[in-house]
Design a protein around this ligand. Structure first.
Ligand code: ATP
Ligand code: MG
Length: 416
């Protein structure tokens, strides 16, 4: 099993892995080929996973259950998803989706559209289905290849909600009250608008991951705390219901869930807002000026970069805490252009904001244009998209139901 695709991720596990990040020059170059519709998969060209080298020691728990793993899962498994809560932006792309493309070559991958999470805050019922389809089409347009990865809609696999209920009974409420994202989002929404689901969202997220006995979960830094909760919950349920107790109930015994490790990319893990270098770029931020959406027109991109927040220092530099906007824009430019950090430093050291803004605008337009062309092709073929999602849900259901049946058994339920 090649670990090469993991080299640009931080793997946060209890065993404190060593890691040195390597720049992945070329791995983020734009796509140059637009395959015709009708093909089963949309794959980017010019990507060579061998460019990645692994400098990290990876700690992976033993497979929890040979019964829940299929023959093809001799490969390590990865799951990840994005909420259909609005327009997919550069943060989602650089922090999550773009990284999936390299991972799908070496791992068994399941990428889903987490629509059940999208209702945790007030939302437009008329928009949800469309946003779900759009998100699926963007995954494919960005290079998720359905001959390698399963793509599905979370609510199409009922086991997610069932397992969430079972896990809820084992989740101390204090764990949920500690979640930073709950505190931030509930403060913004105002107490009257905060539903219980915003608090219990991390239990659903744990169910999304644990159902698939996932080895790794690639996410942006904002999800680190939720991943930690998932790991703790997996261990807690394994202790409460697994092992000998499960065996006495006729089960296999041993661990019910595999304990997953988060993969956090060292660059792109936290893309910041264009209007405030200290807040993360978010779909739910009220101002559209704060983010570059993957489907933004050339004019919109140019306009947002023109108006984005900068500073009055001379020259441009990474990693100066006094200059969060500068660090953010240089990082975006680095990731979008596929250059190394050193190359960007050399190129931009003496630039003024006017020249740099033209440079990053052109780089963004060049990078996003082929994705936008492919998106249009995919979204205009609903039958193709429906087929992809149905196939993905069937595969996911097979894996998820096996785990769910084990949990019911281990928790002592009378089965049909
Ligand atoms: P919302 O504001 O509705 O929570 P979001 O922009 O945070 O939306 P999510 O759907 O919650 O997007 O997250 C999808 C994935 O994108 C997750 O893996 C998350 O870690 C990653 N992500 C979200 N925002 C950023 C960001 N600014 N930088 C890097 N990764 C991000
Ligand atoms: Mg979010």
């Amino acid at each position: 099993m090649s670990r090469s695709a993991l080299s640009h991720f931080l793997i946060l596990s209890s065993s404190s892995p060593r890691f040195t990040s390597l720049s992945s020059r070329g791995a983020s170059r734009g796509f140059s080929r637009v395959p015709p519709l009708g093909r089963r998969s949309f794959t980017p060209s010019g990507r060579d996973p061998r460019r990645f080298q692994c400098y990290c020691s990876v700690s992976v728990s033993e497979p929890a259950d040979s019964e829940t793993t299929s023959p093809s899962s001799a490969r390590k498994r990865i799951v990840s998803g994005v909420q259909p809560t609005g327009s997919i932006h550069l943060g989602n792309y650089l922090g999550a989706i773009k990284n999936w493309i390299a991972l799908q070559n070496s791992y068994e991958t399941l990428f889903f559209i987490v629509d059940l999470h999208a209702i945790t805050l007030p939302y437009e019922t008329q928009q949800l289905a469309k946003a779900t389809r759009d998100t699926a089409a963007i995954y494919l347009a960005c290079g998720v290849d359905t001959s390698k990865a399963s793509v599905f809609v979370q609510s199409h696999v009922r086991a997610h909600i069932e397992l969430m209920w079972l896990l809820s009974s084992a989740t101390p409420i204090g764990w949920l009250n500690r979640m930073i994202q709950f505190k931030e989002k509930s403060r913004k929404a105002g107490d009257e608008n905060v539903g219980v689901a915003l608090l219990t969202y991390p239990v659903l997220m744990a169910s999304d991951i644990l159902l698939y006995q996932s080895d790794f979960v690639p996410v942006g830094e904002d999800q680190k705390q939720h991943l930690e909760l998932t790991r703790e919950l997996a261990q807690r349920v394994n202790n409460l219901y697994g092992g000998r107790k499960w065996k006495k109930l006729g089960g296999r015994g041993g661990a019910i869930f595999k304990v997953p490790d988060p993969l956090i990319p060292p660059a792109g893990a936290r893309i910041m807002s264009l209007t405030d270098g200290l807040s993360k770029m978010s779909k739910s931020a009220p101002s559209d000026q704060s983010r570059i959406n993957l489907l933004d027109s050339k004019d919109a991109i140019a306009n947002k970069i023109k108006r984005c927040k900068t500073d009055s220092y001379s020259g441009l530099e990474f990693d100066n805490p006094e200059r969060p906007e500068c660090n953010n824009l240089l990082s975006i430019y680095q990731l979008i252009s596929g250059k190394t950090k050193e190359e960007v430093v050399q190129e931009c050291l003496d630039m003024n904001w006017g020249i740099f803004k033209n440079l990053i605008t052109d780089a963004l337009i060049d990078h996003l244009h082929p994705i936008q062309v492919r998106y249009e092709e995919i979204i205009s073929d609903p039958a193709y998209l429906d087929g992809v999602l149905a196939e993905g849900a069937a595969r996911a259901t097979e894996i998820a139901d096996a785990t769910l049946n084990n949990v019911y058994q281990a928790m002592g339920f009378l089965r049909r």
